[in-house]
Design a protein around this ligand. Sequence first.
Ligand SMILES: NC(=O)C1=CN([C@@H]2O[C@H](COP(=O)(O)OP(=O)(O)OC[C@H]3O[C@@H](n4cnc5c(N)ncnc54)[C@H](OP(=O)(O)O)[C@@H]3O)[C@@H](O)[C@H]2O)C=CC1
Ligand SMILES: O=C(O)C1=N[C@H](C(=O)O)C[C@H](O)C1
Length: 258
Amino acid sequence: MTSPLAVAVIGAHGRMGQAVCDAVEGADDLTLVAQLGADDSIDALAGSGATVAVEFTVPSATEENVHALIDAGLSVVVGTTGWADESLDRVRRHLEERNAGSDDGDALGVLIAPNFALSAVLAMTFAKQAARFFESAEVVELHHPNKVDAPSGTALTTARHIAEARAAAGLGAMPDATQTQVDGARGAVVDGVHVHAVRLRGLVAHEEILLGNPGEQLTIRTDSFDRSSFMPGVLLAVREVVRRPGLTFGLDQVLDLG
Ligand SMILES: NC(=O)C1=CN([C@@H]2O[C@H](COP(=O)(O)OP(=O)(O)OC[C@H]3O[C@@H](n4cnc5c(N)ncnc54)[C@H](OP(=O)(O)O)[C@@H]3O)[C@@H](O)[C@H]2O)C=CC1
Ligand SMILES: O=C(O)C1=N[C@H](C(=O)O)C[C@H](O)C1
């Protein structure tokens, strides 16, 4: 019998961190060996035996945490939002340097996913597939009012995927006759795609992708009613990251969705 994979949770006292600690404790093949909060240094993991860290903190801390965790010899699963392309490139390079000359068994991986809920991962994939068939596409994300970033990481990724698919299909700008507007009325514009953020008490995490053509509309909607929706994806990522050296972005890569 193989011994359980030892897991540390960074941001352990937050909404997601607490749910991840419970999920890890409930999994027979994983063992929770460390729970770090905002006042703890990554150095506190020395001697914990952790092989994998799960990081759900804040956009301003996540990249520094990931580099420190790689230096500490851990693979990392990251759910925190706010990852720019340059930050991803720095992590990719750090892993290449760290893994150069390592045996396969010692090589580290980092898996960063803007959303671990299966419904959200599928919604992003379907949006990417559908985008080239529609004149118009807009993204509406709806979240709990305690969320500190807007638009959501999921909405940013969805919009980028839509923009890439439209560009690859040779589609131009979307129809929009707006000439005057109150600031922000048309939302944020991400790679040419309008993204709208709603914050409402009672919500958890939701997104609608609206795709329009003359006389028809496709709506793709995902709803996370509870943080338990993210846990199967997080646990899958923990098990996968130790056999995926280097950087993986998106749970779709692990699910082989393309
Ligand atoms: N990928 C996914 O599927 C999901 C991603 N998220 C993302 O996860 C992140 C966390 O969300 P959520 O749990 O709701 O947020 P919370 O605010 O509930 O939790 C964040 C936690 O991080 C702690 N923290 C802040 N800085 C550090 C640090 N340097 N080291 C360790 N811990 C730190 C905070 O501590 P303190 O309170 O003491 O400041 C807090 O406990 C967000 O970016 C969110 O968008 C959320 C849900 C799903
Ligand atoms: O803060 C949240 O709650 C969530 N954050 C992630 C995001 O910004 O996309 C994932 C999910 O939407 C929940």
